[in-house]
Ligand binder design. Structure first.
Ligand SMILES: *[C@@H]1O[C@H](CO)[C@@H](O)[C@H](O)[C@H]1NC(C)=O
Ligand SMILES: *[C@@H]1O[C@H](CO)[C@@H](O)[C@H](O)[C@H]1NC(C)=O
Ligand SMILES: *[C@@H]1O[C@H](CO)[C@@H](O)[C@H](O)[C@H]1NC(C)=O
Ligand SMILES: *[C@@H]1O[C@H](CO)[C@@H](O)[C@H](O)[C@H]1NC(C)=O
Ligand SMILES: *[C@@H]1O[C@H](CO)[C@@H](O)[C@H](O)[C@H]1NC(C)=O
Ligand SMILES: *[C@@H]1O[C@H](CO)[C@@H](O)[C@H](O)[C@H]1NC(C)=O
Length: 691
């Protein structure tokens, strides 16, 4: 039997009151009290004198609840507690050079020379105060660095990572490096393909780094800081044309009444929103990719068999995804006649059987492809610096050129090929692979110079726009308004936090906080790559059966489900569990998700939400990375551990009804060792207390 445990004493509820209950005491001699009173008065007088003397300067260096010091600034909340700290690491402010005019505090000298520094206070709403901060070196210093304190609160946001934690875990000492999109599957220590310059803390503060900053991110576990650095030296960032290479660090810090409301304000202000919801079919029915099962050995015959197996086992599909590779060489836009001898016939057959098909695509043209020469002639590639020849790149399928999507002619060429392919075979859409800056050559030039390399990612993501109904991207930078599915990067078929099952909730929550809501959680059971698959020995190369089932169960509560290793590769009972959960996804999850997806267009709010979304004074809720909410009222707690048929579950304050019909109304509580069979997921619905 499981136990119900009230919130642990180590994790008290914050009630917002600075007054703490004191143990009662017996009456004490009046004398003592009198003496104490006198001392207090004396102390107050002394304090007042000091206060008066420093009043002028203090007022100057305070703006609203921000206090500027020579080596940084701190922000307090209304109750006086410090909720945000920033240290100036590259120089200190000469406080004598500071002056205040209306809402702008400005300083003109640092310890090393001339400076343009200001903090401007803005109050966009009664409950919100924002500080625009700008530090611009005027004497050509190499870099500007500020370090944000992370010791006192929990932080979220930034970038997709290979080892993803929720909240952010600062591990080791890391010198600032370019904050640009990268493929974290192959470069495990880089920043991922989806990233934004945005962080949010449990102390209801948020920071957005200005787009114009040549932005490098580092961290220190020892100091508990995130290091924000602006520099051009030894950096892929370039000054805008006609601008001097003086580094400038500017950002906006906003403080609100609670974490959820400050996040909502930041999202509405800083992230573009999608203009439509992708196809409801993709939310309702699983999509089926050929990748994990067949890899690049896919053929016409195998695809037809895959489709007939889906029907035979009683599954539905939004569409099939014909992945790598169906072309003769990489960079072509038609079928390899060896592998697909009758593509037209194949698509006719699939259509008659009720299947839609999307195709894999990518930004590369390999040197041995028939399109390579054409693309060189037309100047469609990213080029060598200063030259007109393509700069070759190595990617996971060979060597070739990468298309320059800043060039309108390239965009036209690429998208007309996709359109032709689509029309010729009545393809439903495309899976846009890659797009990270890590596949750009080390030195390169593009038609429109990239002052921020990740702009390349944004230009590539825009190629998905005409196909957005069922298109899938794995990269995004300021791309929240591309109304298609954003896939988290390939997962290994393992249990852990490094691209394994446990990384899915932290990753989905992170990209949701970054404004990407139509999330595709990649393939159920992971990619089954050799050497990166748990239990591979026992299962003919298949991922561990239990891992597969737990993955399937988690996916059923995500916005969309994607199969690749089919359940019938295991056994009958796995097929039954898969049927149960695709049905539950369709009837319980998808309708709710679609409703929330509609709201995304207005609000940008996450569909998949962290527990603190509805419990934003609850210290325990800030740390939970194995449970999540769909909207505000459906809470999911999947089993993510091997060999477990039970788990601990945290229920935030409120009344909850479990999927088994139990009621819990004395929240917040921990349910310890709550039993969850292999074919079950624990989920709870919020019970409206007015009912
Ligand atoms: C956080 O770090 C700052 C600066 O290092 C320090 O002043 C402050 O006391 C720390 N706060 C906590 C809660 O540890
Ligand atoms: C800041 O957040 C931490 C962690 O959630 C919490 O312990 C602390 O009380 C918060 N401080 C304020 C002033 O809200
Ligand atoms: C942010 O960058 C824009 C240009 O992208 C610039 O106009 C603006 O002044 C910057 N904001 C601050 C606070 O420096
Ligand atoms: C291609 O497939 C279609 C439909 O199955 C069939 O009618 C046609 O004869 C096939 N063509 C060739 C060249 O095999
Ligand atoms: C997306 O938003 C960006 C920045 O606001 C804007 O420049 C771009 O045109 C938008 N794109 C679409 C497709 O709406
Ligand atoms: C990883 O896979 C390669 C072949 O792809 C094999 O030679 C090697 O032994 C494997 N290593 C481990 C640790 O399984």
């Amino acid at each position: 039997m499981y136990q119900i445990v009230p919130v642990a004493p180590g994790e008290p509820q914050l009630d917002g009151s600075p007054l703490k209950k004191k143990p009662g005491y017996e009456g004490r001699p009046m004398v003592l009290a009198g003496l104490l009173g006198c001392m207090l008065v004396l102390a107050a007088v002394v304090a007042w004198c000091y206060y008066s003397a420093s009043l002028r300067k203090a007022q100057l260096l305070n703006t609203e609840l921000l206090q500027l010091n020579r080596d940084g600034f701190i922000i307090r909340n209304q109750a006086g507690a410090v909720i945000f700290t920033m240290a100036f690491r590259s120089g200190t402010v000469d406080l004598d050079s500071c002056s205040k005019e209306k809402n702008i505090l400005r300083c003109t000298r640092s310890n090393t020379g001339k400076l343009n520094f200001f903090i401007q206070t803005i109050q966009p709403k009664d409950t919100v105060t924002c500080y625009r901060v700008r530090w611009e070196e005027l004497e050509d210093k190499a870099l500007v660095e500020h370090a944000m304190g992370c010791n006192a609160s929990h932080w979220y946001g930034g970038a997709e990572l290979a080892t993803q934690h929720w909240p952010i875990k600062i591990q080791g000492e890391e010198e600032p490096r370019p904050f640009i999109t990268s493929d974290v599957y192959s470069k495990r220590n880089s920043f991922g393909g989806i990233l934004e310059r945005y962080w949010l803390s449990s102390n209801a503060t948020a920071i957005k780094i200005n787009d114009s900053v040549p932005f490098h991110l580092g961290w220190s576990e020892k100091d508990r800081t995130l290091r924000f650095q602006a520099r051009y030296l030894d950096s892929p960032f370039r000054p805008e044309e006609g601008q001097q290479a003086v580094p400038e660090l500017s950002y906006r810090v906003c403080v609100g009444s609670d974490v959820t409301s400050i996040h909502k304000i930041m999202v509405r202000r800083y992230f573009p929103k999608p203009i439509k919801v992708p196809s409801p079919e993709v939310f309702m029915h699983p999509l089926w990719s050929t990748w994990a099962l067949h890899k690049s050995a896919i053929t016409q015959e195998k695809l037809l068999k895959f489709a007939s197996d889906i029907s035979k086992h009683g599954f539905t599909s939004s569409h099939l995804e014909l992945d790598d590779r169906y072309t003769a060489d990489y960079g072509e836009f038609d079928f390899d006649p060896q592998k697909f001898p009758n593509a037209t016939g194949m698509f006719d057959k699939l259509r008659v059987d009720g299947f839609k098909v999307s195709l894999w695509t990518h930004p590369f043209i390999n040197y041995d492809s028939i399109n390579f020469g054409t693309a060189v002639e037309k100047g469609l590639f990213v080029r060598e610096p200063g030259g007109e020849l393509p700069a070759l790149v190595r990617w996971w399928n060979g060597i070739g050129g990468i298309l320059d999507f800043t060039n309108p002619e390239t965009r036209e060429w690429y998208s007309s090929h996709l359109h032709t392919l689509k029309n010729r075979y009545e393809i439903t859409s495309f899976k846009f692979d890659a797009g990270e800056t890590s596949y750009l050559p080390r030195q390169f030039s593009t038609m429109v110079p990239l002052s921020d390399p990740s702009t390349f990612t944004r230009r590539y993501s825009e190629m998905a726009l005409p196909f957005s109904e069922r298109a899938e991207l794995r990269v995004g930078y300021q791309s929240q308004n591309i109304s298609c599915f954003f896939r988290i990067i390939d997962r290994d078929s393992v249990w852990g936090y490094e691209l394994g099952l446990k990384s899915i909730i932290p990753t989905v929550l992170t990209i949701s906080i970054l404004g990407y809501q139509f999330v595709l959680p990649d393939m159920i059971g992971g990619n089954a790559y050799p050497n990166r698959t748990a239990g591979v020995g026992e299962n003919r190369g298949l991922p561990d059966r239990e891992l597969y089932i737990r993955w399937l169960e988690l996916s059923a509560f995500m916005p969309a489900m994607q199969f690749s290793i089919p359940p019938w590769e295991y056994d009958k009972s796995v097929v039954e569990i898969a049927q149960k959960f695709t049905e539950l996804h369709k009837t319980l999850v998808a309708p709710r998700v679609l409703e929330l997806a509609g709201e995304v267009l207005d609000t940008g709010d996450p569909i998949i939400r962290p527990l603190w979304w509805i419990a934003n004074n609850d210290e325990a809720a800030f740390k939970i990375d194995s449970q999540f909410l769909i909207g505000d009222d459906l809470m999911v707690a999947p089993v993510l551990e091997p060999g477990k048929q039970e788990r601990d579950i945290y229920l935030p304050a409120g009344r909850w009804r479990s999927y088994k019909g139990e009621h819990f109304d004395k929240g917040p509580i921990y349910l310890t060792d709550y039993p969850v069979d292999l074919d079950e997921v624990a989920y709870f619905t919020w019970v409206d207390s007015s009912n």
